[in-house]
Design a binder for this molecule. Structure first.
Ligand code: ZN
Length: 334
């Protein structure tokens, strides 16, 4: 089965049919762009959008609202229809219009060609109005203190708490629970956030979830901050561990898991003084280390911190005193 990507289909979307299904009506259109009232999916417009701030660019397959932010049409559909990426793509493909300039045979031939070439198309990152975080800021949650994240660090990175956070699932419906909100800023923009659930979640919701189209493969958490520091950053897998390290005075970056992508490796090259790798104590961590070493050792100095004892452990499992003792065992990777 040929799995389509968004970049394969967005030029063929029948936007009129899509708009009708989304209940949206453009007020003004140019050759490439439709403008109309914002769908206000994040309740960011105080009195509704009365001036028509939402623009959809059909050529690029992107949307933008002056208040809410923007991203791909796929991410808009994910949010509007509460679908994950694959389901949203399936849903969106019903609006693919084969009666365009190319026949459906030509269309599939082109898609296959593109898949063979597999040249990565730059995907526009989602971005959000930072004010969306305001509703979760305020009190310093005791769970953060227990995890070794100081009030100052939590405030700086706009870490929030949502007492009745909502997560939709296409089949299982809505779940409401307590969550810590971990914002992700990239090049000065809010590109999404992770939710660290504090409540007991049903099996279809993991301990960590994130916003639609979350750029976990294209970006690194804490990059902007680490770039401004004198010392080499410690690279870890999880955002919570990075926040703990920063609290203890060590610049840190998180990769959102053990998988290191090419885009992330290229970004890490920017740390010309080197980086300190701190993999989790598991198979994923070993792979993380090998991938980093393989690619980066030709470019920048690499240091490694020995894994924390205990299966799946990481630096976040240590107390502040244990951390400072543990960080004395830094090895140079050759
Ligand atoms: Zn808006």
């Amino acid at each position: 089965v040929l799995r389509l990507k968004f970049s394969d289909i967005y030029r063929q979307i029948d936007y009129d049919a899509l708009y009708a299904e989304l209940g949206w009506e453009p007020k003004d259109s140019t050759e490439a762009e439709d403008k109309g009232y914002c769908l206000d999916l994040w309740n960011m417009h105080n009195n509704g959008d009365t001036t028509g701030k939402l623009a959809i660019n059909r050529d690029k397959g992107v949307y933008n609202c002056w208040v809410c932010g923007g991203g791909t049409i796929l991410s808009l559909v994910m949010e509007a229809k509460h679908l994950d990426e694959q389901k949203a793509l399936d849903w969106l493909s019903q609006f693919v219009n084969p009666i365009s300039k190319e026949s459906s045979d030509e269309f599939y031939a082109r898609v296959e060609r593109q898949l063979r070439d597999d040249k990565p198309e730059p995907k526009p990152l989602p971005h959000f109005n930072e004010r969306v975080l305001d509703r979760w800021l305020g009190d310093y949650h005791p769970w953060l203190a227990r995890r070794g994240v100081s009030h100052d660090v939590a405030t700086y990175f706009k870490v929030g708490y949502s007492p009745a956070h909502r997560k939709y699932h296409p089949r299982n419906g809505e779940y409401v629970g307590e969550a810590i909100i971990l914002p992700h800023f990239w090049q000065g923009r809010l590109v999404g956030w992770q939710e660290r659930w504090l409540s007991e979640t049903p099996s279809h919701i993991g301990k960590y979830t994130n916003t639609m189209d979350f750029p976990r493969h294209e970006t690194l958490w804490g990059f902007d901050f680490a770039m401004k520091q004198e010392r080499q950053p410690i690279v870890v897998e999880s955002v919570m561990t990075a926040l703990f390290l920063i609290t203890e005075g060590y610049p840190a970056i998180a990769t959102f898991g053990a998988e290191l992508t090419n885009a992330q490796l290229v970004q890490l090259r920017g740390f010309v003084k080197g980086i300190i790798l701190a993999p989790d104590n598991d198979g994923g961590g070993a792979k993380f280390l090998a991938t980093a070493k393989d690619y980066l050792s030709a470019y920048i100095p690499l240091l490694q911190i020995e894994p924390v004892k205990g299966a799946k452990s990481d630096l976040g499992d240590l107390s502040a005193a244990e951390l400072s003792a543990h960080l004395r065992n830094v090895e140079v990777l050759l």
